[in-house]
Structure formats: structure tokens, C-alpha cells
Design a protein around this ligand. Sequence first.
Ligand SMILES: [Fe+2]
Length: 268
Amino acid sequence: MPHLDDIRTELTQTWDLTAFNKSRLPAMLGETCDPQALDVPAKLNAKLETPALEDMVIQSSPTEASFYDDGLYIEDMPIKFPQKPYHVPASVWANFGKVLTQILEAEKAVNPDWDDCYIYLTIQQSHVAPNTAQRRGGIHVDGFQKASIVPQTIQHQIALTNAIPTIFYKKAIEPGQLSDSKKQFFADLHAQCIDAPTFEPAPYNLHLLNAYCPHQTGVATKAEYRTFIRLSASKIPFMGQDNTRNPLIDYEWNEDKKKAFYESIAKA
Ligand SMILES: [Fe+2]
């Protein structure tokens, strides 16, 4: 399977800026068994039918109502801490249990260290108008890592959409030109990749990417309802203010704690 070997080998390796000098595209993992779930807005009161996976807590919480507007929207919500069970809000599992089962099984199959990772879940659903994008534009990598914080395992993701595919860029990057500042790093990445050959995963197909895969969200050519699903696996906590809080897990992340944590793992 094209690219699977590269990305799979890298799952447990240490991130290295110089490794950008090789082009990578996502590894395709196959089509989802429940495409219909992506084509309609998820509902808060959907019926729970898919059985929980082993070592998974599914529970409802009043907080879930805030996840729903034009469908479901959660952004990098932690659903698993290292060596702990999965915790999934009931309505999320009720709407996407079959797809998520497939994604979590795929993660377990490719990542021998899955239980040592934080696992985050993004599901974004919305109507997308012509000539607009559902998510922020600009070429970037998911799981941004930087040379001042090493060693770190390479972060990876498993994603899929039903429409308006993500655009991936096949380009060997000049790592020397990539800044340690996230904003500048992405600007440099954009400039280097924008004219490179592109690849778009087919709708409903799971794809495995990692922190070396430049991409950006697709722009709609016509009005569409888009569902974007992404599992992110990382050995370190994200702790961002933009991460949706999981009401089923007891943790406290804030900007001060995040700053202190990142300072603690940064090189002097
Ligand atoms: Fe992304």
C-alpha cells in the first residue's frame, strides 16, 4: 500500500526536523463502514446502539448539548489518557460509534504504543458555502512539533471526510528554512508547498497522516454538508484552550499549566 510503510514505521520514531526532506502523503486505510453517519447532522438525542469497546466508558453528560449546533463540533477533545480507559460522551458514540470503532481499531492495529498515548477526537460538522472552507486555510501539519522540544515521538492522526477532501502536498521540504515559531513555520511550509503536486483522499476513506504531512482544508466548489473526523495520538498533552473539554474525564488544563509544562520539556 503506497506510503503506509513509511508512515507506519515512523509512528514510534522520534520527531526530527531534518526528516521533512522527504515527501510524504497519507496512507489510505480503507473506506468507512458507516458513510451515512457523515452525511447528516448528528443529534444530541440519537439512540445508543453500537456496543462500547473493551475498556471504554460511555456516559451522557449535560455538557454534551454545547457540542451541537449545525451538527456536532468537538475539537481535539481528549478521549483517552495514557494507560486509562477510553471515555466517550454518549451522544458522540450514539452518532458515530461504528465509524469510531473502525478508527480506534485501525489505530490499535498500526500503533503498538497506542495505550501510552493521549488520544484526541475532532468531529466537525457544518454546511459549507461555495468558495469557502470549513476549517482554517493555509498549508500546515497536524501535531506541530519543534526542535526546541525533543525528543518527542512523531504525532500522527487518522482522518476522513465525506466531502470537500483535505488537500495534501507531495513535496520534500527544505528543513533549514522552517522556523521554530509555529506561525512562521506554517508560512514557510505554505510557501514551499503551494505549487507542489497534490493528493486528495477519496471521500469516506480513512487515512493515516503524521506530523510531516503538509496539507490544508479543501475549498467547496458547491454548497455541501461536510463532516470531518480526526483522531490524533500524542505522547504529550495538548492542553490548549481551544481543546474541547471532555466532561467524563477529570483533569484541569489551562494556559498557565500548559506554559509550565512546555517549559519543563523544552531544551535550556
Ligand atoms: Fe490539519
